[in-house]
Ligand binder design. Sequence first.
Ligand SMILES: Cc1cc2nc3c(=O)[nH]c(=O)nc-3n(C[C@H](O)[C@H](O)[C@H](O)COP(=O)(O)OP(=O)(O)OC[C@H]3O[C@@H](n4cnc5c(N)ncnc54)[C@H](O)[C@@H]3O)c2cc1C
Length: 499
Amino acid sequence: MADFDLAVIGGGINGAGIARDAAGRGLRVVLIEQNDFASGTSSASSKLIHGGLRYLEHGEFRLVREALREREVLLRAAPHLITPIRFVLPINEARRSATLLRLGLLLYDWIGRRKILPPTRELDLVTDEAGLPLKARFHHAFEYSDCFADDARLVVLNALDASERGAVIRTRTRCVRADRTDEWRIVLNARGQRDVVTARILINATGAWNELFAEIVLRQRPRRRLRLDKGSHIVVRRLYNHDRAYIFQVADGRVVFTIPFEGDFTLIGTTDQAFTGDPTAALPTGDEINYLCGSVNEYLRTEIGAVDMVWAFAGVRSLYDDGARKAQDLGRDYALILEERHGEAPLLTVYGGKITTYRRLAEQALSRLTHFFPRLRPWTAQSHLPGGDFGYDGLEALVERTERTWPFLTAEHARRLVRAYGTRVERVLERATRIDDLGARFGADLTAAEVHYLMRKEWAQTAEDVLWRRSKLGLRFSPAQTALLDRFMTSAASSGPRP
Ligand SMILES: Cc1cc2nc3c(=O)[nH]c(=O)nc-3n(C[C@H](O)[C@H](O)[C@H](O)COP(=O)(O)OP(=O)(O)OC[C@H]3O[C@@H](n4cnc5c(N)ncnc54)[C@H](O)[C@@H]3O)c2cc1C
């Protein structure tokens, strides 16, 4: 008998989501990621749980409907990681008429079947505070709902839930070869240590690496079903004082948004450029940074430039090319291709996908395999992710409870921990009664207790894992503090697990 029912290769949102769904159905699952969880595209997204207003314009109704409906499903599943956010869309008749926008937003509200998120409304920018940061020539806007998420933590929590439901998790383990007979023989390389596992079914969830994986590891003929597209973001110090986001229509027909980020910052994105080569090498270019700054400067009174940037990142989208459309028309929808031949173990390949639709994608991936595993039912629609077992509107109450239970925390510290860990904040803080009980402090409000928790429970191994994927404290850390944290983690790892 094979070691596993499913081997899922790729620890981005899609691989982690599939592993979680499958483990929850009782399958024997191994999830394999070559670096850290979410080290690929899933930490470099715009972090929106959204339908994508622009995809309506492109006629992607199926995707938009599914994505809009997922917003509230995910908000209920992880109310600590996902926050409703209002987007202000200033009317700029030179780009799109107000009538077209009104119709689009009516449709967005209507097909989204909102129960929690408030509907679209019109804003008078002369009287509403959302008008203050904008140039005086913008008088009216629409305001609509979407959600904002911590994309990288969403991946980790899916992997954590998969593990708690019995999946075997292997990070920093590259799948270097997979041979197919009536089962898969999968060769793994974990920092020079090779080993082999076997599985009945292989799932290629390597995102933008998908075709490299198929050619090099599976030794398949090139398929050319994937188009890669790079998108960059920049982060600057907070540009305005309210908590809404803006979405600006820019000259090339695209949109650029500004989103309040991590309290003191504003996230600005995104660009869209054809990309070839290894996705690991994707970086924001000077032209992309100028494009983002220029787009914001067209709308906001405060001018920004490359010097204002405190962080920038790029990610690579994988778009499924069914051969029927031109490159620029390729949609954001996903495709699941199952290859099964008599006597040979099946291969399921994931193409495309969005953070927003990962849960549905996982559900559909499993439903493609029902003839191998009959009697297994979908279960994730009503579930909570770890720490998310409280009401979608219960975050403030949880912050207050945390402040009462651990009164030595500052308000910001308590809020950050609740946003990251939800009800599992008690597993991080345990029985601490004073800040010193949480051990060494590395910078910002990061303590040894939290780092130990991340190493023990969330597969964090390096300072980068902690500062840029388990949190965004990297925005507040100096190089010296980062080096200190790295040394601490190396020494904690070599001294073995904490009692
Ligand atoms: C600029 C940009 C903005 C976006 N914004 C949004 C948004 O706002 N909302 C939204 O819903 N979606 C958004 N998306 C889309 C979303 O980010 C992606 O669809 C999603 O992250 C893809 O996840 P994935 O799991 O398929 O790929 P990835 O996250 O890239 O995961 C694939 C993983 O496979 C691993 N891997 C590769 N080869 C191997 C191997 N041989 N062995 C082991 N592991 C391997 C990689 O290391 C990687 O971690 C955006 C995408 C981009 C590029």
